[in-house]
Design a protein around this ligand. Structure first.
Ligand SMILES: [Mn+2]
Length: 383
């Protein structure tokens, strides 16, 4: 049990969830010591009283979230996702004094890649750690391939810390965060039937083998299963270039490490592990989500307008208590256009069972406003 935390997490979370602090992409200011304390608090939670586990487990209902990559305004949209089922809430307006914001009411599984690429890695990972410390059983934070030292040294996180804190202090905080990343779980089992990870599956993988991955895992490259969980990618049945069948398991030439797996590999793994679905992230998807392998594999990506360079949408998955699931698509709204991102809408495409339903959801979208009553200053302006 974690009895006392070094961080006043309630205050820290409040500060990060308050509109004024982030609406115009204004940055938080941090001290070195508060970030190191937060990293230590999060480490204690992941260590779980000397019983850390590379496999997290959580029961539905739960929201599953893909890559964030320092896109703080989009993380806010996700954390404020209305907790109730859309079908019941479609015509109801949120009660004006409803204080149960999404981040308090929902359970979440985040699939990693909180840092790098975007401009607010520090805000994103700090808020995620604070939420994990404050609500340890409500939040599962998996490790992504960017929560590794060699990657976040090069792709933005370390540099952002050094800009915010100065070179020496920034480096020290970067070290502390990476020491905590080494304790994070690498996969999550939702209701025993849905397996989630950042990258992908691994040849011959078993649930027990994931549980046996020793933590802390400083260098992911020293454990083949861990490396595949963080890095692997799916391939289609046939390669686009040659029309030849892709191998069930292949070398991942795009990443330069780990493996690729084809739909037959997914089917074999799902059958052997008695799963219903595998959810992973790790790849930018224009629609925010993509099914493969006869709907046994779902890729989600939760950073819309990724790096302000692509017009992709984002998506998260809502898994209901009975295991049914639906996709919530995040519009690719231009966040930096001076518009209040709190007024963004999520496009719902719930319970998408096949491609035709997906098409339907694309053309006749059910648009639903997020419940923002507690924090929006412009709650009366229609949208
Ligand atoms: Mn990734």
């Amino acid at each position: 049990m974690v009895n006392e935390t070094r961080t006043d997490t309630a205050r820290f979370i409040h500060r990060h969830m308050t509109v004024k602090k982030w609406i115009n992409y204004r940055e938080q200011s941090y001290t070195k010591q508060e970030l190191i304390n937060l990293a230590l608090d999060a480490r204690d939670v992941f260590k779980n009283n000397d019983k850390p586990s590379a496999l997290a487990e959580i029961a539905p209902p739960v929201l599953v979230v893909g890559d964030i990559h320092g896109q703080y305004a989009d993380l806010m949209r996700i954390l404020n996702t209305c907790p109730s089922k859309p079908a019941e809430k479609k015509k109801e307006r949120p009660a004006p004094n409803n204080k149960k914001a999404g981040f308090i009411s929902n359970r979440f599984v985040f699939l990693g890649d909180y840092v790098d690429r975007g401009s607010h890695s520090v805000e994103c990972i700090s808020l995620m750690f604070a939420l994990k410390v404050h609500y340890p059983r409500q939040y599962v934070l998996l490790r992504g391939n960017h929560e590794t030292r060699a990657i976040n040294f090069a792709y933005g996180f370390r540099e952002e810390l050094q800009i915010k804190l100065g070179e020496a202090d920034g480096h020290e905080v970067w070290e502390a965060f990476n020491e905590t990343f080494a304790w994070m779980p690498l996969a999550c089992l939702i209701g025993e039937k849905i397996l989630c990870m950042h990258g992908g599956i691994s040849q011959g993988m078993m649930i027990n083998l994931i549980k046996q991955i020793p933590l802390p895992l400083e260098d992911v490259g020293t454990n083949a299963l861990a490396q595949d969980l963080l890095w692997a990618d799916p391939t289609p049945d046939q390669s686009m270039a040659s029309a030849l069948p892709t191998p069930q398991w292949g070398k991942n030439l795009v990443r330069g490490l780990s493996c690729t797996f084809n739909p037959a590999a997914v089917t074999e793994t799902v059958g052997r592990l008695e799963l219903k679905l595998i959810i992973r992230a790790h790849q930018m998807i224009p629609d925010g989500f993509k099914f493969a392998a006869n709907h046994q594999l779902l890729t989600i990506f939760s950073a819309p307008r990724y790096m302000n360079e692509t017009d992709n949408r984002g998506a998260i998955v809502r898994i209901q208590e009975n295991g049914d699931f639906g996709i919530i698509v995040m519009k690719n709204t231009k966040g930096a256009g001076g518009k209040n991102p709190l007024n963004d809408e999520l496009t719902r495409a719930d319970d998408v069972p096949n491609e035709s339903a997906k098409k339907k959801s694309d053309s006749a979208v059910n648009v639903m406003k997020l419940s923002q009553a507690s924090s929006s200053k412009t709650k009366n302006s229609p949208k």
